[in-house]
Design a binder for this molecule. Structure first.
Ligand code: NAD
Length: 478
């Protein structure tokens, strides 16, 4: 008997959880449940994360959480429970299968059948933001090699385990050569280990357009956190299934499964909500814990119920649907279909004994790292780049000299264009002379010179070569 943790959540959460559990029970799968209380009540009792200590204990003990949607109270101070849970438990992979169900669920893309695998812990979602000058705020985009390796490996292992033919990487490495460039590079490295799987890379903008236009081109998509957040909603929406889709959040030890929709407070308590999204989350969970047979049985009963036209109000359509049902009636219809297969949809068939080879991240040997320069970010409210250039050249050291100044990434000194708009935020690059070995002491001296000249330095960023290769971006126009 496998024991899992469940959270009934807020709004329609308890209604759709009860319906889902009744289907799991009727399927005969051997599960026991520990219930935790997370979400609105915990938030309002003063817990800013929405997760009490005993809830953490249960999740960490059972390692599997089936979670109904929760309501994040309005107003400041409440942290997103999902983000806290993903990051604290290391749930690095967000997996969202999207499939059209024509003609029962309205879609312009009847052939859509894809899986979005989104990196879940890094990128701009580290939430490291600062106001640096009167005019400029910054958000740090952090991408790590182990982070890229884990998610890309997961995508290929998932494709292999579930018989997918192709994995496509989406990134914007034509612009972000370091961060997205690393993601793409790791994708190429790991893809080479899976010769049986087709692989391709698309730039995120045209990729999203292609996805919205011809989603059948894609099979498994792997991408960074922000792009994944956006394109997984695009994919679910054009499949017509935002209310019907589930997702999983997978970590090295713990995994969480849920519906992709929210707590729908507008229909809470009316007992009319569609439990399909959470049921799809539960099916992903069953596959994850090795209960593929039960997962397949429930999925086929669900597909049969949908094709019979037994629909909750959110997808009910005159002429297509046959019977409008409430939450528990829908669950009863699925239970009645357990053991049957759909005849109009392709029946689900899941591999048994799914094994994925997901080694733990291991730190690689240190690379040779040489300090070759430093960027000083300066708050200066003038507008003439030549003036700030002349001011800052006074900071030069014998062997470390001002090389260029950019404003929002565009080179404005030396030889800038007067057309370039300048804010009060200047990135000023000092570069070591060829053959000179720079140290952090040189940066200290530069900083002291800046203080002596009343220059307002708001941040510094060291410039390194790793194994002799430049590991920083050039200025635009440099
Ligand atoms: P929502 O998904 O709850 O609702 C959007 C619309 O879809 C509503 O009209 C709702 O009635 C309908 N809907 C959603 N699920 C349905 C279902 N199963 N059956 C029938 N109709 C359904 O989005 P929202 O209104 O933006 O958010 C409400 C609350 O949910 C907010 O507090 C938000 O923070 C929270 N939320 C939680 C999660 C989560 O826990 N994973 C995700 C998204 C939103």
């Amino acid at each position: 008997m496998k024991r899992i943790t469940i959270a009934k959540g807020d709004g329609i959460g308890p209604e759709i959880m009860d319906a889902t559990l009744s289907i799991l029970k009727a399927s005969g799968v051997a599960l026991e449940y520990d219930e935790i209380e997370i979400g609105e009540k915990a938030y309002l009792s003063g817990n800013t994360t929405g997760i009490p200590a005993e809830a953490w204990d249960s999740i960490r003990k059972n390692k599997v959480l089936l979670k109904a949607p929760i309501t994040t109270p309005q107003g400041g101070g409440y942290k997103s429970l999902n983000v806290t849970m993903r990051k604290t438990l290391g749930l690095y992979a967000n997996v969202r299968p999207c499939k059209s169900l024509p003609p029962y669920v309205d879609t312009k893309h009847p052939e859509l059948d894809l899986v979005v695998i989104r990196e879940n812990e890094e990128d701009l979602y580290a939430g490291i933001e600062h106001q640096q000058t009167d005019e400029v705020v910054q958000c740090l985009k952090l991408i790590s090699r182990p982070g890229c390796e884990k998610i890309v490996r997961y995508a290929f292992e998932y494709a292999k385990a579930y018989g997918h033919k192709k994995v496509t990487c989406f990134s914007k490495d034509n612009i972000m050569k370091q961060t997205d460039g690393l993601f793409h590079q790791v994708f190429d490295e790991i893809a080479a280990e899976y010769p049986e799987i087709e692989k391709e890379h698309w730039i995120i903008d045209i990729a999203t357009a292609k996805l919205a236009d011809t989603p059948e081109h894609f099979d498994v998509i792997v991408t960074l956190n922000l792009y994944g957040d956006i394109i997984s909603d695009v994919a679910a929406q054009i499949a017509g299934s935002v209310g019907l889709a589930g997702s999983s959040n997978i970590g090295e030890t713990v995994a969480m499964f849920e519906a992709i929709h929210g707590s729908a407070p507008d229909i809470a308590g009316k007992k009319i909500a569609n439990p399909s999204g959470l049921l799809q989350g539960a099916i992903l969970m069953l596959k994850h814990i090795g209960e593929s047979e039960a997962a397949e049985k429930i999925q086929n009963a669900w597909l049969k119920t949908i094709e019979e036209g037994i629909h909750t109000g959110d997808i009910y359509e005159d002429g297509v649907s046959v019977k409008k049902v409430n939450t528990s009636e829908f669950a009863e219809a699925v239970v009645a279909n357990l053991g049957q297969k759909p005849t109009k949809f392709k029946a689900a068939s899941y591999p048994r004994d799914i094994k994925m080879n997901l080694p733990k991240a291991v730190r690689k040997p240190l690379r040779k790292k040489d300090l070759v320069g430093v960027d000083l970010f300066v708050h200066w409210s003038g507008t003439d780049a030549n003036k700030i250039g002349a001011l800052l050249e006074k900071l030069n050291l014998e062997n470390v000299k001002l090389q260029m100044i950019t404003n929002r990434g565009v080179k404005v000194w030396p030889n800038g264009f007067k057309e370039t708009f300048c804010t009060d935020h200047w990135r000023c690059r000092w570069y070591a002379d060829e053959g000179f070995t720079m140290t952090n002491k040189d940066i200290n001296t530069l900083m002291q010179n800046a203080i002596d000249q009343n220059i307002d330095v708001i941040k510094t960023e060291n410039l390194y070569n790793f194994d002799g290769q430049k590991a920083f971006s050039l200025g635009q126009g440099q």
